[in-house]
Design a protein around this ligand. Structure first.
Ligand code: NAD
Length: 487
């Protein structure tokens, strides 16, 4: 597989109200390959007038097409057709994501290509099995209440560049299943693959305006979030942007789901099988070069086995194949942007300056004349107060931190502004579950970690508000109405 030709993914229009419309902005967004540093495609930028049009189209679709009041089976069947249309594009989508953000092709083929269809089918099924109305005997003992699940309305879905397809569909799928309509704004770094949703929506015959794709950066995102025609906001990205969006939604009393950053801990217990642990840690810590919200970038090791764990993690980091993201043997590709590499390098410098021991990595690999590469990097001999142990770096930088006993391990894991994920590595699963219960995060894994589409995903503390996926994820797009009936 080779890098696609320059500008292969050129798009000229926005997708609004079921039509390809020219943008009223004169600007364009150019997507640059993190590997070749050459343009891979362009898309029009979006103006506030285009956002007005997209929100109006989404509002119109709620009422005119009566999407919101379609019977559940008809809507679920349409969502399944949308899934089929995205599945037909899966290989192309995976290549597009790799071209845009440098994710190794094996990763984008395993996740970004197939996820949209998987997630849509999951929510189509949930739509079928979740009653739109139920009658409950009133708690007072007299009368009945009809409890209705109504779609919350027009959803603004704001998506980052790291898993642009998965994180978009985590919002689009429950929104559609609940009967909402969506305006999707991808990140400028990965604006091109978002139009796959538009092509597939057309092919699947979704009513005009149910899915709208706009472009733009932070300012246009902020405009969309505060738009008077939007009923709910769903966001994944940085904690800083999440706070700004949360503030805007708080002012407007607008429901919001925020899936933000993390600094998750992998707790290695003293009984762990180190071979299996390190194998498992590879992708829990370093998937997509650590540019993954749930990355376990703090590894907590018992003092009794500290040197052993540091050496094993360092050997792992040094052994990973760095290279062209389109080469199927590549495990670590470039970072998504030069800005991202600058950020990671500043943390590596801070780690050194703060007295942490650099065990491996820390440099730009010598083999490449171009591309925003950085070696997988491991720091040891630091405590949890160090900047590299506290802040979300969003790169392949791991901190191995010692602990004295289980209580201290849990204290260190919880001593974080974030609370998204974590893992426990042990030969005793029950003990692992016991530790998992004590860690204050939205998700944990024991000797394993993988997002389950059927279970709520999200974070506590600075990792966000609300949950995506599973029935809880569907509920985030539902407004409940109670109709009190007499005796
Ligand atoms: P970001 O959070 O600024 O951007 C993510 C998305 O939100 C983009 O579509 C962007 O245009 C939009 N956006 C930004 N500010 C907004 C606002 N005020 N209102 C509405 N929309 C807004 O992320 P970034 O600048 O691409 O990356 C910066 C850092 O964020 C990274 O280094 C990383 O630490 C973190 N990040 C985390 C995740 C995650 O999955 N948790 C994803 C991407 C980035």
């Amino acid at each position: 597989m080779s890098q696609p030709a320059e500008l292969q993914y050129h798009r000229e229009r926005l997708f609004i109200g079921g039509e390809w419309r020219p943008s009223t902005s004169r600007d364009t967004i150019t997507v640059i390959s993190p590997f070749s540093e050459q343009p891979v495609g362009r898309a029009p930028d979006t103006s506030p007038a285009d956002i007005d049009a997209a929100v109006a189209a989404a509002r119109q679709a709620l009422t005119a097409s009566s999407w919101a009041s379609w019977d559940t089976e008809t809507r679920a069947a349409a969502i399944d057709r949308f899934a089929d249309a995205l599945e037909r594009r899966a290989d192309d989508t995976a290549r597009m994501v790799t071209a845009e953000n440098g994710m190794p092709i094996w990763g984008s083929s395993a996740v970004e290509g197939p996820d949209p269809a998987r997630v849509l089918r999951h929510f189509a099924q949930l739509a079928r099995t979740t009653p739109q109305e139920e009658r409950r005997p009133a708690a007072s003992g007299t009368g009945t209440t009809l409890v209705r699940r109504e779609p919350v309305g027009v959803v603004a879905a704001i998506v980052p560049w790291n898993y642009p397809q998965s994180l978009a569909i985590f919002k689009i799928a429950p929104a559609l299943a609940a009967g909402c309509t969506v305006v999707v704004k991808p990140a400028p770094e990965t604006v091109l693959d978002a139009f796959q949703f538009a092509d597939a929506a057309q092919e699947a015959g979704l009513p005009a305006g149910v899915v709208n794709i706009v472009t733009g950066g932070r300012d246009i995102g902020a405009y969309l979030v505060s738009h008077p025609g939007v009923d709910k906001v769903a966001f994944t990205g940085s904690t800083e942007a999440g706070r700004a969006i949360g503030e805007a939604c708080g002012r407007l009393l607008r429901p919001v789901t925020l899936e933000l950053g993390g600094k998750s801990a992998a707790i290695v217990l003293d009984d762990a099988d180190l071979g299996r642990t390190v194998e498992g840690l590879t992708w829990v810590c370093l998937a997509y070069s650590g540019q993954t919200c749930y990355s376990n970038t703090r590894i907590l090791a018992p003092r009794s086995r500290y040197t052993e764990v540091v050496d094993a993690v360092a050997d792992l980091a040094a052994s990973l194949e760095i290279g062209d993201p389109f080469d199927p043997t590549t495990q670590i590709g470039p970072l998504a942007s030069s800005r991202q590499r600058d950020r990671v390098e500043s943390y590596i410098a801070a780690g050194r300056a703060g007295g942490a021991r650099l065990v491996t990595g820390g440099r730009r690999p010598a083999a490449f004349g171009q591309g925003w590469f950085i070696e997988p990097t491991v720091f040891a001999d630091l405590d949890n107060s160090h900047a590299v142990a506290r802040e979300e770096i969003f790169g392949p930088v791991l901190a191995v931190i010692p602990y004295a006993d289980l209580d201290e391990a849990v204290t260190i894991a919880n001593d974080s502004p974030f609370g998204l994920a974590g893992t426990v590595w042990t030969s005793d699963e029950e003990k692992g579950i016991e530790v998992a219960r004590r860690v204050r995060t939205g998700t944990m894994g024991v000797n394993f970690y993988d997002i389950d589409l059927g279970a709520p995903f999200g974070g506590t503390k600075a990792s966000g508000l609300g949950r995506e996926l599973g029935p809880e994820g569907l509920a985030a797009y539902v407004e409940y109405k109670s109709v009190y009936l007499g005796r």
